[in-house]
Design a protein around this ligand. Structure first.
Ligand code: ZN
Length: 456
C-alpha cells in the first residue's frame, strides 16, 4: 500500500492524498491551493497522477481548499464516484459553482483591465466543469460503512468543523487508515463535537493551529467589546468571513448580543449570497448542528441578507456605525474586497479577522498589520484597526487536537502531520511525539510513503 501527499504539506491548502492499495487508487480530498503565488501555480500544473486510473474520491468537507480542484478533475476526464456526506454534497453544490463563477469573473476582469500576462486570461475552470463534477457526488451518511471492493471499505465520521464535515476511516488491505480532515472544536456553539475514533494503523492529522492555543476568552464578549469601541467612534466593522461556518457563527453571536442589549441596534449586512444560501441549508440538516429552529430564525433576522451586486455597492457608500460580513474569509476574492477598498483607509473603522488566514493571502497581510494591501492592481492604505478573534475559529487548537488523538486506544504505527504552515505542523509533530510518544512525521509535497499491508 502506498500513500502520496499531493497537497496540504507546508500549507493549509490544496488538500489531496492518494492512497493506493487493495487494487484501488483512492483520492482523499481534492482541494485547491490558495495563498502564495507558488502555491496557486500548482493548480495550473497537471495533477501528477494518471486521472483515468483513480477509482474513487472521498471528500472530508466542502471548503474549497478540500474540494475546489474537483471541477478540474472532472474536466480531465474523471468519471468515478465522489463520496461525501449529504451535508457536504449540498454545500459543494453551492461552493463549487461559486468558485467557478469567481474563476470566470477573475479572468474576465483581468481581460478587461489588462492585468494578466496571458492573452486572453483563461479561468482555471468554468461553471460547466463544476457541474460535471457535481454530477459525480455520491452521498454517504455519517458512520455508515461503504464497500469499495472485497478488501477496501470506508466510513465517514463526524469531524465537527462545518456542516457535513467528516474524518475518513478507511479499511484497505487489512489496515485502518484514518484521515482527520479539518477538526472542529469540541465545545463549538454550533457544530457537534468530533467523533471519537479508536483505532488507526496509519493516521493523517491536520495541524492548522498546531502551534497555537485558543485563548479561553469568551468570543461573545470580545465581539461585544470590538463593536462598542468601533461604534463609539462612528466606525464600520468589516468582517471577512467564510460563507460556511464562520458567517453563521458570527450571525448567531450578533443575534445573542442584540437580543440581550449588549450591542447597539446598528445595521448588519451579510453581503454574501452564498452565505445566505448556506444559512438556509442549516434548516435541512437539523441533526448535524446544535442550533434550534428558533435560533435559526434569529440568525436569519440578525442581518440584512444582501443578494444583488447593486445592493452590495450601495453599502460601500454608507457611513457607520454598521457591520458588514462578506466573503471571502481570507480576503482572497469576493465582495469583501470592495468593502476593504471603501473602509480600510479610515482609522475609525475596524477589520475583524475571525478565521484562519493562510500565508500569502490578503487576510494574512492584514493580520501582520501591512500598511497597504493590493486590491485589483491598486494599493489601498490600511488605517482601520485590525482585530483578530481567533477564539471564533472552526479549527481545534493543539490541546484539542491532542485530546482527539487520545481517543485512539493504541498508537498508530505512523502518524503524518499535514494541513499546517511549516512551524505549526512541526510544533504539533513535536507535541505528539513528546506527550503521546507516537511515531510522528511531517511529509513534504509529493512525498510518497509505503505502508505495510495487513493480514487479509
Ligand atoms: Zn475547512
Amino acid at each position: 500500500m502506498r500513500l502520496t501527499f499531493l497537497g496540504a504539506t507546508e500549507t493549509v491548502t490544496g488538500s489531496k492524498y492518494l492512497l493506493e492499495g487493495a487494487g484501488l487508487r483512492i483520492l482523499i480530498d481534492c482541494g485547491l491551493f490558495q495563498g502564495t503565488k507558488n502555491l496557486r501555480l500548482r493548480n495550473w500544473a497537471p495533477l501528477p497522477v494518471d486521472i483515468g486510473s483513480i477509482d474513487a474520491v472521498i471528500l472530508t468537507h466542502a471548503h474549497i481548499d478540500h474540494s475546489g480542484y474537483l471541477p478540474l478533475l472532472a474536466r480531465s476526464g474523471y468519471r468515478g464516484p465522489i463520496y461525501a456526506t449529504p451535508g457536504t454534497c449540498a454545500l459543494a453544490e453551492i461552493l463549487l459553482k461559486d468558485s467557478a463563477k469567481l474563476q470566470e469573473e477573475e479572468a474576465d476582469f483581468a481581460n478587461r483591465h489588462g492585468f494578466s500576462k496571458h492573452h486572453p486570461a483563461l479561468p482555471l475552470y468554468t461553471i460547466d466543469d463544476a457541474e460535471q463534477a457535481l454530477k459525480l457526488l455520491v452521498p454517504r451518511a455519517f458512520d455508515a460503512p461503504s464497500i469499495l471492493n472485497d478488501h477496501a471499505a470506508f466510513r465517514l465520521r463526524r469531524a465537527g468543523h462545518i456542516l457535513g464535515a467528516a474524518s475518513v476511516e478507511l479499511h484497505v488491505a487489512g489496515k485502518a487508515i484514518v484521515f482527520s480532515g479539518d477538526l472542529g472544536r469540541p465545545g463549538d456553539a454550533i457544530m457537534c463535537a468530533p467523533a471519537h475514533i479508536e483505532h488507526a494503523d496509519y493516521l493523517v492529522v491536520e495541524s492548522t493551529y498546531g502551534d497555537r492555543l485558543h485563548e479561553p476568552t469568551d468570543p461573545l464578549a470580545e465581539l461585544e467589546a470590538l463593536f462598542t469601541r468601533t461604534f463609539r467612534r462612528g466606525g464600520v466593522v468589516i468582517i471577512p468571513s467564510f460563507a460556511v461556518g464562520r458567517a453563521q457563527t458570527i450571525l448567531h453571536d450578533i443575534a445573542i448580543l442584540k437580543d440581550t442589549g449588549r450591542m447597539a441596534n446598528v445595521p448588519v449586512y451579510l453581503d454574501s449570497p452564498m452565505a445566505v444560501s448556506v444559512t438556509e441549508l442549516y434548516r435541512h440538516y437539523m441533526q448535524e448542528h446544535r442550533l434550534t429552529r428558533s435560533q435559526l430564525d434569529a440568525i436569519a433576522k440578525a442581518a440584512v441578507m444582501v443578494r444583488s451586486v447593486d445592493q452590495s455597492k450601495e453599502i460601500a457608500g454608507h457611513r457607520g456605525p454598521m457591520v458588514v460580513i462578506a466573503g471571502s474569509g481570507m480576503a482572497t476574492g469576493g465582495r469583501v474586497l470592495h468593502h476593504l477598498k471603501a473602509f480600510a483607509p479610515d482609522a475609525r473603522n475596524a477589520i475583524a479577522l475571525v478565521g484562519y488566514q493562510a500565508a500569502g493571502t490578503r487576510g494574512a497581510a492584514l493580520q501582520a498589520h501591512a500598511p497597504t494591501i493590493k486590491i485589483h492592481g491598486e494599493y489601498v492604505p490600511v488605517r482601520a484597526s485590525i482585530e483578530a478573534i481567533p477564539s471564533l475559529s472552526a479549527h481545534a487548537d493543539y490541546n484539542e487536537i491532542l485530546d482527539w488523538l487520545r481517543n485512539f486506544s493504541t498508537a498508530p504505527a505512523r502518524t503524518f502531520v499535514t494541513h499546517g504552515e511549516p512551524a505549526a505542523a512541526d510544533a504539533l509533530r513535536r507535541r505528539v511525539t513528546e506527550t503521546l510518544g507516537w511515531q510522528c512525521e511531517v511529509p513534504t509535497y509529493l512525498e510518497s510513503v509505503v505502508l505495510e499491508d495487513g493480514a487479509r
